[in-house]
Design a binder for this molecule. Structure first.
Ligand SMILES: [Zn+2]
Length: 68
């Protein structure tokens, strides 16, 4: 017989709030930190799009701006 598991897992400890979406960040979440703040991994993309110029984002992906 398998050992009995506790009925309720331990409450995840809250570490703070996401600087982008404002939702809770819990211990063990994938996050990025910087400028004394935390953001969810999934929030980094939208935040970067808001903060960076399209040309800067393009350069990070190996693209450059030109006229077609
Ligand atoms: Zn977030």
């Amino acid at each position: 017989m398998a050992p009995e598991l506790p009925l309720t897992p331990p409450e995840p400890r809250q570490r703070g709030f996401c600087a982008w979406c404002g939702h809770e960040i819990y211990e063990g979440n994938d996050i990025f930190t910087g400028a004394g703040q935390m953001v969810h991994r999934g929030c980094m993309g939208p935040m970067a799009c808001e903060m960076l110029d399209p040309a800067e984002l393009a350069a990070l992906c190996g693209y450059r701006e030109e006229l077609a």
